[in-house]
Design a protein around this ligand. Structure first.
Ligand SMILES: [Zn+2]
Length: 68
């Protein structure tokens, strides 16, 4: 199980939004992609993330559209 302290410092690599834990996945609370956790290590690469339903390209994610 991933440590709470680690979860607190991790943010979405695109919009820096908070993440929530869903089983073996970390999900961006703003733009929705799911990042896999392997051996307690979250894979925070958008290339490897599972995109939310209806989104076929990372450019379409809300976090990619807001300037920051
Ligand atoms: Zn995001």
């Amino acid at each position: 199980m991933i440590r709470k302290e680690l979860l607190d410092i991790l943010v979405c690599p695109m919009g820096k939004a908070e993440l929530r834990l869903e089983g073996d996945w970390l999900v961006c609370t703003k733009c929705g992609p799911r990042f896999r956790i392997e051996d307690d290590i979250p894979i925070m690469l958008i290339e490897d993330a599972e995109l939310p339903e209806g989104i076929d390209s990372i450019e379409h994610l809300p976090c990619m559209q807001t300037p920051h």
